[in-house]
Write a protein that binds this ligand. Structure first.
Ligand code: TXA
Ligand code: MG
Length: 322
């Protein structure tokens, strides 16, 4: 069976079939507004183990449990006032809340990597929500790529990376946000951003009515283990803040194109300099440039405000030594 053959247009019959596969302990890849997820029944430890195996992911890395609405989320985790305010403001949407696990929470401890906290998210995508409603239980889902590789923003990316390891890939077209959810921990009095993502820090601070401390990513290694320095790595080396491209380099522009040799393969994250468009294009453009076989990708400087924080974070990880 070719890896493309699991890709299914996400119509109603496909959603029912996909929910059946989840109930049988199989893996289903599905689109969210951020990136494609590799889903399994979060309450089934064996099914969750299948995610770690397919991704070749270190098993100490906890997974996000996806649910259809806040009510379902409150059955799994304990929401303090900040968590409630953030959930009300941004769900469904690209925000993951880390909260203390509720007593009797059915999410398998393997999905939580043994932690007594839980990452919860209500995705803003008709296919993801349709699947969650059809299945009726939490779905554990990391990004549907092999561990350490660029996250998938199309069904074809998932097929390339995971192929026959997935029971079905629901195709909902390219994702719109393009970077993963922002992860906010609500375990202590002061919420903390563990991973910048699709909801800008400024928007979170506005809802909370106070500023959140800026933290260095490396110190988060234990709190959000997925934040390893060399996450999101293409095969090519990545050179950041490039003003012009050197011979042989592929080019990732933002806004005005940088100077390069005529034949350099190049993509522009957003010719208009729009950060939302840049986020949506980021992973697909990195993949496309990587596939040209160039040894290095020269990346233009990007603004650091708003969604720029998440984009720069992913680029820094892609450029980290490995
Ligand atoms: O946009 C997204 O968040 C996508 C889509 C599929 O929803 N998912 C995603 O999952 O990016 P993943 O597994 O690639 O990243 C999840 C991150 C990891 O860094 C993990 O360590 C962190 O969430 N995480 C999950 N549960 C946690 C917990 N209880 N405490 C701290 N960090 C947690
Ligand atoms: Mg990931």
């Amino acid at each position: 069976m070719s890896s493309q053959s699991q890709i299914r247009v996400a119509d109603a019959p496909a959603l029912v079939e996909a929910a059946g596969l989840l109930a049988a302990g199989k893996l289903v890849a599905f689109p969210t507004e951020t990136v494609y997820g590799l889903g399994a029944d979060a309450t089934n430890g064996e099914a969750v183990a299948g995610i770690y195996a397919a991704k070749e992911r270190p098993s100490f890395n906890p997974l996000i449990a996806h649910v259809a609405d806040l009510e379902a989320a409150r059955g799994l985790g304990q929401f303090n006032a900040d968590a409630l305010a953030l959930a009300s403001a941004f769900w469904p949407g690209p925000l993951t809340l880390v909260v203390p696990v509720a007593t009797g929470c059915p999410v398998s401890s393997l999905a939580r990597a043994g932690l007594d906290s839980l990452g919860l998210r209500v995705p803003d995508h008709p296919v993801a929500l349709g699947l969650l409603r059809a299945f009726g239980a939490p779905v554990a889902a990391p990004s549907a790529n092999r561990s350490g590789r660029v996250s998938p923003t199309t069904a074809a990316h998932v097929a390339e990376d995971l192929g026959e390891r997935v029971g079905m890939i629901l195709d909902g077209g390219p994702t719109t946000v393009g970077v993963e959810s922002t992860i906010v921990s609500c375990l202590e009095d002061l919420p903390r951003v563990l991973r910048p993502g699709g909801v800008a820090r400024e928007e979170i601070e506005r809802v909370l009515g106070r500023a959140l401390p800026q933290e260095d990513a490396p110190s988060e290694a234990l709190l959000a283990p997925g934040m390893m320095a060399s996450h999101y790595a293409p095969r090519a080396r990545v050179r950041l803040d490039a003003k012009y491209a050197q011979p042989g380099e592929a080019v990732l522009d933002f806004a005005a194109p940088m100077q390069a040799a005529d034949e350099a393969p190049r993509r522009n994250l957003s010719p208009a300099g729009n950060l939302a468009e840049a986020a949506a294009n980021l992973f697909a453009h990195l993949r496309a440039l990587d596939e040209t076989g160039a040894g290095c990708i020269a990346v233009a400087p990007l603004p650091t405000h708003g969604l720029g924080e998440a984009i720069n974070d992913r680029l820094k990880r892609a450029a980290a030594p490995r």
